[in-house]
Write a protein that binds this ligand. Structure first.
Ligand SMILES: Nc1ncnc2c1ncn2[C@@H]1O[C@H](COP(=O)(O)OP(=O)(O)O)[C@@H](O)[C@H]1O
Ligand SMILES: [Mg+2]
Length: 251
């Protein structure tokens, strides 16, 4: 793919929830090049999830224009979603859900194979490959409800990868994980970015876990982008303390 292509381009985007009057996203302008790895950080309620859902075409924008791989989001929602692997925040799971891990990962392919046809051998190969990438092959036949937080997060990532996405959107991928699981996911994201040249956008309210290959940080506050730049510059800027109202430990 052309590396000068934009993976995401948002121009003066505004998003208002149905039935509400006040926009949650205000006048957002954002250009992400193919192959970038960036983090969008901001306190709870800043609009991070809303922004990801706007990019994904799950929520319609009420003003401006948005493009993913140069296709306009409002017009090509279905086509766009096929290119995006989306890992949602706080995925709720019934511990008694009767699905096996391999079936959950296969469900990531439903956009590609259609809901009403059975997977082909090639689809299963992609599922095994994705589970291998996240180191979860041995869990293929385990019930999904029996996993730890870190294992479950890896399966959700494998599910997104089974879609063979060009763009990964990860909403709070490190929340509810212990330190060792966080490190594993971080290593995995670094590797995916390094080897597969996937464009990755992670969203986090936590400043302390930004993967090392992520080079650009955007700060979102009250639905607006207040800073956008190189990770080192942003993380050492004084605006961070004002926005996060908290002391940064260990830096
Ligand atoms: N379905 C909804 N309807 C109305 N307001 C919503 C809805 N979902 C979220 N909001 C509001 O939008 C704002 C941003 O929420 P969200 O995007 O979830 O923030 P973040 O992910 O940064 O924590 C919050 O004020 C939240 O209450
Ligand atoms: Mg959120």
């Amino acid at each position: 793919m052309n590396n000068n292509m934009n993976a995401i381009e948002l121009r003066n985007i505004e998003t208002i929830y149905e039935g509400e009057r006040i926009p949650v996203i205000h006048d957002v302008n954002l250009t992400v090049k193919v192959g970038e790895f960036l983090a969008i950080i901001g306190p709870n309620g800043a609009g991070k999830t809303t922004l990801l859902e706007t990019i994904n075409g799950l929520l319609p924008y009420t003003d401006g224009q948005g493009f993913v791989f140069e296709k306009e989001i409002a017009i090509s929602k279905t086509a766009i979603r096929k290119e995006i692997g989306y890992v949602i925040q706080n995925f709720e799971l019934d511990p008694l859900a009767p699905f096996l891990c391999k079936d959950v990962v296969m469900s990531g392919r439903s956009g590609k194979i259609g809901l009403f046809r059975f997977p082909f051998k090639k689809d299963w190969e992609i599922v095994w490959h994705s589970m291998g990438l996240v180191g979860m092959i041995d869990f293929a036949n385990r019930p999904i409800g029996k996993l730890s937080g870190g294992e479950f997060q890896k399966i959700l990532l494998a599910r997104a990868l089974a879609q063979k996405p060009k763009l990964l959107l990860l909403d709070e991928p490190f929340s509810n994980l212990d330190l060792s699981a966080r490190r594993q996911i971080e290593t995995l994201l670094n590797r995916l970015h390094g080897q597969r040249k996937i464009t990755i956008v992670i969203v986090s309210h936590d400043l302390s876990f930004i993967p090392s290959r992520c080079s650009r940080v955007i700060i979102l506050d009250k639905g607006r982008i207040v800073m956008d730049g190189e990770k080192e510059k942003i993380l050492t800027s004084s605006i961070i303390d004002t926005i996060f109202h908290e002391k940064r430990g260990g830096e």
